[in-house]
Write a protein that binds this ligand. Structure first.
Ligand SMILES: [Fe+2]
Length: 196
């Protein structure tokens, strides 16, 4: 494996999780739906834990968790852009629209999170020794939560968007009720809620 890129993946993932905390803190200001607030509060707490998990992985692997790289800076700036978009939406005075923008920002951020942890899982499979063990454990602890963050956020975004269009919407989204954690499960949940 390219050790330099493994380090880059871990540092970018850590930066992304830290940005995720700010994204959830801002998204919570945009949330109107009580169940959505509860969900995002839970995801914020889990994201805080993911930051810790990655910091622990860095120290196990003797990586400086604060080392800046050009890629990491881009991840940081993208997170800032999501927060700025939500703040702007809040300022525009349409709470329903701001909630939709927040769901979009959360979904985009969780998509990246999901991809990062998928890659971390692949790297972990190929890593041996104490580092490999630490990375496998980190992945095992976080993987399911990231699946849920992504598929459920996407469900919220879809249903909130349908509602804003004046179309039939299922809130909370079916992904929630069915505890979806896979792509096929998400497709089934969506199909069952919106049969033609
Ligand atoms: Fe996440």
């Amino acid at each position: 494996m390219e050790q330099k890129m493994v380090k880059e993946l871990l540092l970018q993932s850590l930066e992304h999780e830290r940005g995720g905390m700010k994204i959830y803190q801002t998204a919570l200001k945009c949330a109107q739906n009580e169940e959505l607030k509860e969900e995002w509060q839970k995801y914020l707490e889990q994201t805080e834990r993911h930051v810790e998990v990655l910091q622990n992985v860095c120290s196990q692997m003797q990586l400086d968790a604060e080392e800046q790289t050009p890629g990491r800076k881009i991840v940081h700036d993208m997170g800032t852009a999501y927060v700025a978009a939500m703040e702007a939406a809040l300022g525009a005075g349409d709470p329903e629209a701001a909630q939709c923008i927040a769901a979009e920002c959360v979904t985009l951020a969780e998509h990246t999170d999901h991809m990062n942890w998928e890659l971390i899982g692949e790297v972990a499979k190929h890593m041996t020794g104490a580092d490999g063990k630490a990375l496998k454990e980190a992945h095992k602890e976080v993987e399911d939560q990231e699946d849920e963050h992504y598929y459920h956020s996407r469900g919220w975004l879809r249903e909130l968007s349908l509602k804003s269009l004046g179309l039939k919407a299922v809130l909370p989204p079916p992904e929630e009720k069915k505890h979806v954690k896979t792509a096929i499960g998400a497709a089934r949940a969506q199909a069952s809620a919106h049969k033609r």
